[in-house]
Design a binder for this molecule. Sequence first.
Ligand SMILES: [Zn+2]
Length: 370
Amino acid sequence: MKWSFRLATIAGTEVRVHLTFFLLLLFVAVQGTGGGQGADGGLAAVVLVCAMFFCVLLHEFGHVFAARMYGIKTPDITLLPIGGVARLERMPRTPLHEFVVALAGPMVNVAIAAGIAIVLGLRVRFDANYAFHQSGGFWQHLMMWNIFMVVFNLVPAFPMDGGRILRALLAMVTDYEKATRWAATMGQGIAALVVVGMLLSGTFQPFLLLIAFFIFVAAGQEASVVTQEEATRSLVVQDAMMVEFHALAADAELRVAVNHLLAGTQQDFPVLDEAGGMQGMVSRTRLIAALADHGPEHLAREVMEVCAEKVAPLMPLGEALRVLREMSCPAVPVVDPLTGRLVGLLTGENVGEVLMVRAALKQAGVRRVG
Ligand SMILES: [Zn+2]
């Protein structure tokens, strides 16, 4: 993540702190000096916030160690003012594993809160008018913070742990995609209820509104990523690549590409060398710009973009789509690993069409075609 720096590396996981976190500390320190307590108040507030974030870190490590049991690594954890983010290498796909990994975080907070309550003999008092900063001392605050973290994280909505727990439970009785969609809908429903509740009660809480909005968007995203992953799961690159396309020879002029562009639907043109090997790609945007700058006699290879990545026909489609998303070229060249020749082009548009056709066939009950 940008604007964050490494604090330590613990058990192979880098712990990073986002710079805005220090703004939070500053804010808390200034607030703490108010209320007639001066510098001592400021220091106490900063110590408390650091202790709270240490609990957030332990929560994240709960996820990290649980994921590690299933062979999933966590390259880094970033602490932000709004909480911690552990970037798992991948999400566990077995429902039981996801359940355990998601639950492990909140369980850490349960353990901390219970530990404080037992050791110091503190009583947990739930009262609607509980004011976090006013009642009790440091340990009381820390205990309540951990209880709050448990409750907040168990809200059954993505991207909270509760959303993953819900999906894992649903996935035990239905398929993963449906489970995700149900869990996402549930999350969006909760977010909508919060907003409606706020409107009806006439109290406006900007922070709560922000969280509701965040949940609403995150839930939708999770659902669409999973839907795409599911749809491409059993497919390889050659199932979705474009095989009928015009390629430009090494000495082709821009006007050849223009003719192809006007005659058909192809927008990105690969440039080949004499042996049929891929050299680069001329996109429509580049073509038009080069045409205006240099005229139609200019060589296509002088304006092409060199594509850093290529994929093989039998690569899983999901993996190839990640390549497509991350690179600057508009299409990924599909190259036969044995001959080194260009055999197809993978474009977002074409993949979209293939998925649409498959979805339609699935709905029509056709299991296999061709
Ligand atoms: Zn968590």
